[in-house]
Design a protein around this ligand. Structure first.
Ligand code: MN
Length: 242
């Protein structure tokens, strides 16, 4: 069974070296997202030469206020990887000033990535789906993955019309709202993610190898068998990379 984890914070696990070996052994295709440009090289060094893991360059929306000065470093590093994330917007904090700076940084990252045409972006959009979609637009020339999508059904329709991918995690699959959204996503746009180490599965911090359980939950929601679902996700992942 092919397994795919398009959003995992590998560098934030205390046992990251072991996790990397385990992920390679279990052959889980993994996008290792990072939260600030200053840790990109460290993470890239950890995963150098690995067959299944690729390191993404990120600037997490919840760190933007204190780290926006790293934007120039972000642009300096951008040619070193095709994968970008974690980036996006998070409007959980109600301060308008923070929203403005997040929007400014996210807009400039998306615009610069668009110039390359082949970048793959994994995007956070909590409580900010409409603004996130406004900034991405419907003509982004690379590939977009909306990570942990939690918008309204109407916003989902709009995201689908933009042709984006959705990475599904075990938390989304455990709630009624997430399950309803997932069942309305085009099956050819569905990917899987752990968002580890920020999600627990049966009381334990989730790891890329646990994607097989996410596949099993997703298969039962979609009324498919696990092999069918995992092959669907794997084919979607391969299409993402073309
Ligand atoms: Mn994340």
């Amino acid at each position: 069974m092919h397994l795919v984890d398009t959003h995992c914070h590998i560098d934030l696990y205390p046992d990251y070296a072991h996790l990397i070996d385990e992920t390679e052994r279990e052959q889980v295709y993994t996008i290792a997202v990072t939260n600030t440009p200053s840790v990109f090289h460290h993470c890239k060094t950890l995963t150098a030469g690995k067959k299944y893991i690729r390191t993404a360059l990120g600037l997490h929306p919840q760190l933007v206020r204190e780290r926006h000065s790293e934007l120039s470093l972000f642009f300096d590093l951008l040619s070193e990887t095709r994968y970008v994330g974690e980036i996006g917007l998070d409007f959980t904090n109600r301060e308008q000033g923070e929203w403005d700076i997040q929007k400014r940084i996210f807009t400039s990252i998306v615009r610069r990535c668009a110039e390359y045409k082949d970048k793959i972006l994994t995007i956070h959009s909590r409580r900010a789906t409409a603004d996130t979609l406004d900034i991405i637009g419907d003509e982004y020339p690379g590939k977009i993955i909306l990570h942990w999508f939690s918008g309204t059904p109407k916003e989902l329709e709009r995201a689908v019309s933009y042709g984006v991918y959705f990475s599904i995690n075990s938390s989304m699959l455990s709630g009624a709202k997430g399950r309803h959204l997932i069942s309305n996503m085009p099956i050819e746009k569905i990917l899987t993610e752990t968002d580890g180490p920020f999600i627990k599965n049966a009381g334990k911090v989730i790891r890329p190898k646990d994607i097989n359980e996410t596949i099993s939950q997703l298969a039962s929601l979609l009324d498919q068998d696990e092999t069918e679902t995992s092959e669907q996700v794997y084919n979607n992942f391969r299409r993402l990379l073309t």
